[in-house]
Ligand binder design. Structure first.
Ligand code: PLP
Length: 385
């Protein structure tokens, strides 16, 4: 498959829609074909028929294409796709030596926190969970702990905290640490952490990159493909076999072609939902960086590319029972985990996390989709009545 586009400075929306300008060289098809073979025959002299096709655990056409499209979108030198976001996070964490030190942002995606706690205990790695969105706290922790790795998530899930990537990168680098940014909630459309100094950007591509809640995938990208950390991740992915299959890669590429368009609509919808909730008498607080009263609003405006994402939380006045009642009355917002899909979802995170991270009992998390805004606001209005 070849990129026949000579114009190099295209917008991300053009690149994504055109899947980097790919054309199937066999047929001229404007959609890439699925190569389903896991193994490839050799010639009689034992040379490969095609030097890019040996065994599909090493690599495959669609894996490469998906990685190239996303790497370009992140202004990265290289990118790697994994079978899930957690597989990508695990690949990063495995680069930290036994008895090393990791700083991880507190109150982020619960699956990350849970797995990292287990992993660090097993490998005798010192784990410091701190609020990285507070730069004083972050700088003191980096100075005191001299970590190997700093892992932040911005905007964070489900608190929507915004962390200053540029400052976090310079603080980390001054102490010899690598900075990894989980940018899932922003997507490559709204934020490009590598351009702000991060060493690695991570995405659960299961979310908005795919956008249709039908593929699990993870993605990592770097600005320095020769760095030790990237070489180690890339060797581990290759040899330990955490690759995405061709069918999933094909679906992912199909999904990401509309990512910029979907993000535009999701951001606009989320902004209107946030404004509606912000003025509602039964709502205590809205956590969404798009509203001016949010503590991270100014920073998000500066470091995000003209939108605040589709993830939003709010605290309803009342307790867990009140919050669960609101969730139960919603009809358009489906009661399901995950985020970034075309369909709107609602989740009561306290029912999932319990008291492990301090998520309030009255917090309701929304993933705002691309439905008509009147229906979304109408659904919330009925549920809060
Ligand atoms: N990071 C964030 C911010 C997430 O929300 C999630 C999943 O919800 C993950 C990582 C893990 O991704 P996956 O479910 O693809 O393993």
């Amino acid at each position: 498959m070849s990129d026949q586009t000579k114009r190099t400075n295209q917008h991300i929306s053009t690149r994504m829609v055109q899947a980097n300008g790919v054309i199937d060289p066999q047929t001229g098809g404007v959609v890439p074909p699925i190569q389903s073979a896991t193994t490839f025959a050799r010639n009689t002299d034992y040379s490969l028929i095609s030097d890019k096709h040996l065994y599909s655990r090493d690599d495959s056409d669609l894996l490469r294409l998906g990685e190239e499209i996303l790497a370009k979108a992140e202004h990265a030198e290289a990118g790697l796709l994994f079978p899930s976001g957690m597989a990508a996070i695990a690949a990063i964490m495995r680069t930290v030596p036994n008895r090393g030190t990791i700083i991880v942002q507190s109150q982020i995606y619960w699956g990350t926190t849970k797995w990292v706690r287990y992993f660090c205990a097993r490998r005798e790695i010192a784990l410091h969970e701190i609020d990285c969105s507070d730069l004083d706290v972050l700088s003191k922790a980096i100075e005191a702990e001299k970590p190997d790795l700093v892992f932040i998530e911005t905007p964070s899930n489900p608190w929507l905290r915004i962390t200053d990537i540029e400052s976090a990168a310079s603080m980390s680098h001054a102490a010899g640490a690598k900075l990894v940014v989980d940018s899932t909630a922003a997507s490559p459309v709204l934020s490009n952490p590598l351009t702000l100094g991060a060493d690695i950007v991570m995405h659960s591509a299961t979310k908005s990159i795919n956008g249709h809640s039908d593929v699990l995938a993870g993605f990592l990208a770097t600005a320095d493909a020769q760095s030790d950390i990237w070489q180690s991740i890339s060797m581990d992915r290759h040899d330990a076999g955490a690759v995405l299959g061709s069918f999933e890669a094909w679906l992912l590429i199909r999904g990401m072609r509309t990512l910029p368009l979907r993000m535009e609509r999701m951001c606009a919808n989320a902004m209107s939902v946030a404004a509606f909730l912000d003025n509602h008498s039964k709502v205590e607080t809205v956590l969404y960086p798009g509203i001016t009263s949010h503590p991270g609003h100014e920073l998000a405006t500066k470091q995000m590319n003209g939108g605040y994402g589709s993830l939003l939380s709010f605290l309803v006045k009342g307790d867990a029972k009140t919050a669960l009642e609101v969730c139960s009355k919603l009809e358009i917002f489906k009661r399901a985990t995950s985020l970034g899909g075309v369909e709107s979802l609602v989740e009561h995170r306290h029912s999932v996390e319990g008291n492990a991270t301090g998520v309030p009992e009255n917090l309701i998390r929304l993933s705002v989709g691309i439905e008509h805004i009147d229906d979304l606001v109408g659904d919330l209005s009925e549920a809060l009545r």
